[in-house]
Design a protein around this ligand. Structure first.
Ligand code: SF4
Ligand code: FES
Length: 253
């Protein structure tokens, strides 16, 4: 076990624990954006920064990626940290002013969007949660970052229709800013797919990855419930029989 202090509180954590996890373990709130408990730490947004004192030297590190070590003195709130976090939130809020998550953080830190920056056309803050979720939870890797710096965005290869996306919507569920638009079309309704073709519902569209999928219909209640591609993926991944997903979740209960 490792022994350290966080804001003066002695903490004991197992090897491999991050400073963010150690702080949460003793009930200390540290703001995060790119972090997600189910995903590999990325250290992209720097909102979770903390001060680490070791042998009379102080460093500022991202707590979601920095590991706990014996003898560390960690400070999670100081004037310096507050100023860094305010700067980050102010910048992100200027880029994506419509995001409720960023608005909440802005209110918590008492900042508005920095007027020197113009809002983006989308709501993406390049946190990478969608990319990591697709790779680590779904096991598909349909998207990755394209470009660098300010222009960095998650995208399917060559910004073309993703060939490997299965339409599960995990990326939508983990996105903190609602930057990924997914909608299901009812049976009998026609809609234009992101690639320009006309599709008939029941179907699912995810605009960002330029994909659309027919939805599987429950053989008992007749309600569409999930893209067939998701079921095919689960059948292979979990080695389930082909008829395992004949019923929707409600009818199976
Ligand atoms: S689309 Fe959402 S989850 Fe993906 S990088 Fe952008 S903000 Fe993060
Ligand atoms: S939450 Fe740690 S860098 Fe984003």
């Amino acid at each position: 076990m490792l022994n350290l202090t966080i804001d003066g509180i002695p903490v004991q954590v197992p090897e491999g624990t991050t400073l963010l996890e150690a702080a949460r373990q003793c009930g200390i709130w540290i703001p995060t954006l790119c972090h997600h408990e189910s995903l590999t730490p990325y250290g992209g947004c720097r909102l979770c920064v903390v001060e680490v004192r070791e042998r009379k030297v102080t460093h500022i590190v991202a707590s979601c990626t920095a590991g706990a070590r014996n003898g560390l003195e960690v400070v999670t709130c100081s004037d310096t940290l507050l100023s860094i976090r305010k700067g980050i939130v102010s910048l992100l809020l200027a880029e994506v002013p419509q995001s409720p998550v960023l608005q909440e953080l802005g209110a918590a830190f008492g900042v508005t969007g920095d007027t020197r920056y113009t809002p983006r056309n989308d709501s993406c803050i390049a946190c990478g949660r969608c990319i990591r979720a697709c790779r680590e939870i779904v096991g598909v890797s349909a998207i990755d970052f394209a470009y660098r710096g300010y222009k960095k965005v998650p995208a399917p290869p060559f910004f073309e229709r993703s060939e490997s996306c299965i339409g599960c919507g995990t990326c939508v569920a983990v996105c903190p800013t609602g930057a990924i638009t997914m909608h299901d079309i009812q049976a009998g309704i026609y809609s234009r797919a992101p690639d320009g073709s006309i599709i008939e519902g029941p179907a699912r569209i995810i605009d960002n990855w330029k994909v659309s999928f027919p939805l599987k219909t429950c053989s008992r209640c007749g309600e569409p419930f999930v893209p067939q591609a998701v079921l095919d993926h689960c059948a292979i991944y979990a080695k389930l029989p082909a008829d395992f997903f004949e019923l929707c979740r409600e009818c199976r209960q």
